[in-house]
Write a protein that binds this ligand. Structure first.
Ligand code: NAD
Ligand code: ZN
Length: 347
């Protein structure tokens, strides 16, 4: 079968021919219907050889941690799934036994690292292939009649902002302000989730007018270019008080500095992007009682919830399709900043 793999440190990913896997006991083989292209893959492929190895990533690595497919074959002992079922993959795989896993929060599994359990596409073979092995049926969620290409990215670009935003909802009643920094894959879904679940006015920031046009299209109330004037503009829009929640989907040094500087008293500053920035926190360097959070992905139940939001029409991912053969081009477009919403690979 064909797969898109990262094969050499520092090189572009390439389409290769590999053997079609077959499911072992308890596993499920999916025929992939869609696979989303995330900036985190770009981050992983940008690591030095030393950091890549230290991170425990294998070479070659079949990419794709956003996946949707149709059940193709069931391993021995798998019940409650049928060949032909349309499913989405819950990506942050954990041990399934520890306390967070028991709560469906496998994103915070306490055993994954010790047991070498890795998410698909970020260690285990991912969804950018014609077929993929899912290690356990609990890592599958029914898609029902949701279109896989339109909705595959909800497994990360939807789930991650959903988890980040849901935690801050008590601070986002009517009359409040939420700032979204970076309106790409995660950010443009985050704006819609804020719109659907909170009473906040949304101030969205990005670096180009094209990106801001998408932000307005998906519901941002105010848009700003993310530059040295942005903090003043946010202060002005919020009556001098700052924002009640800031979601930084870039996480670079300048955006993290901006995020903490525009936080109101008792605000949540949530750093989702992994752009190498760190927050300065101390008495006098951030508003009183502001909290800084660094969430990772989301829980299985939150994935079900975000798919329900899509089913009710309140969240929709802006997608650009690529074939598996054109997968490398999707990553080039992502790196060039020309993807509107999310690039999705359709094998
Ligand atoms: P993306 O490339 O689709 O979107 C990033 C957006 O940020 C782009 O629109 C870009 O123009 C904009 N941007 C870049 N620099 C900016 C700046 N200085 N100010 C404002 N906007 C700026 O990326 P994505 O797939 O949405 O991922 C966003 C980030 O979240 C990445 O760092 C990714 O690795 C990370 N991520 C984290 C988690 C998690 O669990 N914490 C999960 C998924 C992705
Ligand atoms: Zn991701």
């Amino acid at each position: 079968m064909k797969a898109l793999q990262y094969t050499k440190i520092g090189q572009h990913p390439e389409v290769v021919e590999i053997e079609k896997p077959s499911p072992g006991p308890g596993q499920v083989l999916l025929k992939i219907t869609a696979a989303g292209v995330c900036h985190s893959d770009e981050f992983v492929m940008g690591l030095s050889e030393e950091d890549y190895t230290a991170g425990g990533y294998p070479l070659p690595l079949t990419l794709g941690h956003e996946g949707a497919g149709v059940v193709d074959e069931l391993g021995e002992g798998v019940e409650h799934l049928q060949v032909g079922d349309a499913v989405a993959v819950y990506g942050p795989w954990g041990c399934g036994r520890c306390r967070p896993c028991s709560q469906g929060k496998e994103n915070y599994c306490v055993n994954a690292s010790a047991e070498g359990i890795k998410p698909p596409g970020l260690g285990a073979p991912g969804s950018m292939a014609e077929y993929m092995i899912v290690d356990d049926p609990r890592h599958l969620v029914p898609l029902g009649d949701l279109d896989p290409v339109q909705n595959v990215s909800l497994t990360d670009a939807g789930l991650t902002p959903y988890h980040a935003i849901k935690t801050s909802l008590p601070k986002l009643g009517a009359g409040t302000f939420a700032v979204v920094i970076g309106t790409g894959g995660l950010g443009h879904v985050g704006i819609q989730i804020l719109k659907a679940l909170s009473g906040a006015q949304i101030i969205a920031l990005d670096v180009s007018d094209d990106k801001l046009e998408l932000a307005t299209h998906v519901g941002a109330d105010h848009v700003l270019i993310s530059d040295e004037h942005a903090a003043d503009s946010i202060r002005e829009l919020t009556g001098g008080l700052g924002a009640n929640a800031v979601f930084d989907f870039v996480g670079a040094p300048p955006t993290v500095a901006l995020a903490t500087s525009v936080a109101a008293s008792e605000a949540d500053v949530t750093l989702v992007g992994i752009g190498g920035g760190t927050a300065q926190v101390g008495f006098g360097s951030i508003a009183y009682d502001a909290a800084v959070r660094v969430p990772y992905w989301g829980s299985r139940s939150e994935l079900i919830e975000v798919l329900d939001l899509a089913r009710s029409g309140r969240v929709s991912v802006e997608t650009q399709r690529y074939s598996l053969d054109d997968g490398p081009a999707a990553y080039e477009a992502l790196a060039a900043g020309t993807v509107r919403g999310r690039a999705v690979i359709v094998p």
